[in-house]
Ligand binder design. Sequence first.
Ligand code: NAD
Length: 252
Amino acid sequence: MGRLEGKVAVVSGGGSGIGQSAAAALAREGAVVGLLDRNEAAIQETARSLGEAAFPLAADVADETSVAAAFDEVRRRHGRLDALLTYAAVQLVGEDAPVHDLELAVWERTHAVNLRGVFLTCKHGVRLMIEAGNGGSVVNCGSPTGVTMSGGGWAAYSSSKAGVMGLTRTMAADLAGYGIRVNGIVPGSIVTPLTQPLYDDPETRARLTALHPIGRVGAPSDMDGIAVFLASDESAFATGAHFYVDGGISVR
Ligand SMILES: NC(=O)c1ccc[n+]([C@@H]2O[C@H](COP(=O)([O-])OP(=O)(O)OC[C@H]3O[C@@H](n4cnc5c(N)ncnc54)[C@H](O)[C@@H]3O)[C@@H](O)[C@H]2O)c1
């Protein structure tokens, strides 16, 4: 029997990278998974590859009407939500910068998806969890850039991730009484479409690799184990915590 048998999950950013890999891992463990992403073609294709275990939820996390409609669809289909993984984000490579060089529009676009998007996804996902009355597990995605000096040069992205990590702790305090646990994951550098532009430059690739004491950067599947653990009842005593799965980058 799978570790997530009978559970309904939603993964934002489920059309690519870490979210797509996590969605497949949750489905392998028996969960039914809603893939919430603005890239419709990607979630259609991912859902097809996962068969009956997955369904697409086309939505823009920065837009409340769109997010609310996605969770209405989950409500209509399943009437419950057990696990919510909020992984959708942007990192505006070539535009993000230190504060004194940062355009307001870049700050706004980054925060609209990365922080407002997590807020809206949690707001409507948690409402469904509370309504269904079965408790649940929320997993938000932070970053070493939010809490270490590895965030230098990325004022918009890094501050959005610090915001998400703060929101995670606040939510854990507010939702414990409903049986809803809220934790964060902190990935190291993972090669995905989000970060591919960085890896296209051999010097940057070498520099990023050297930052990880473990001697390599990560693949999306390196983040699957923590996602399954936190979505499952195996992590029943964990809430308000951040789980670093980062090749050691945060402690060097
Ligand atoms: N890749 C890394 O090195 C790394 C490191 C630390 C943290 N993270 C975090 O991991 C998470 C996943 O990143 P990834 O590398 O897999 O990225 P990715 O670009 O491969 O996937 C992100 C997904 O989010 C979706 N998305 C973007 N904006 C959206 C919006 N407005 N509405 C709905 N969907 C939207 C994209 O369509 C895409 O499918 C992000 O939160 C990212 O900040 C990544």
